[in-house]
Design a protein. Structure first.
Length: 77
């Protein structure tokens, strides 16, 4: 989408001049997409996410990431 001249200026100038002017008007930049946020409302770089997965893999020693999920439900009292 290109920015437009005010209507009062377009009314004064001939159509061929307006067309010639619009050839030099660049398109408006597209809005950048914001990176997805983690559940904790901060973003994590791809390299940091990869490093965290490597650390988790070493700690779990090859077990699934879901290995100890919801462990607090089964704690002995």
């Amino acid at each position: 989408m290109k920015p437009q001249l005010p209507p009062e200026i377009e009314a004064i100038l001939p159509d061929d001049v307006i067309g010639y002017l619009y050839k030099f008007v660049p398109h408006l930049p597209k809005p950048k997409k914001s990176p997805p946020l983690s559940p904790y409302n901060f973003s994590v770089s791809p390299s940091m996410e990869r490093d965290l997965r490597q650390i988790q893999h070493k700690f779990l020693q090859g077990k699934s990431e879901m290995y100890l999920r919801n462990l607090d439900d089964f704690v002995l009292r």
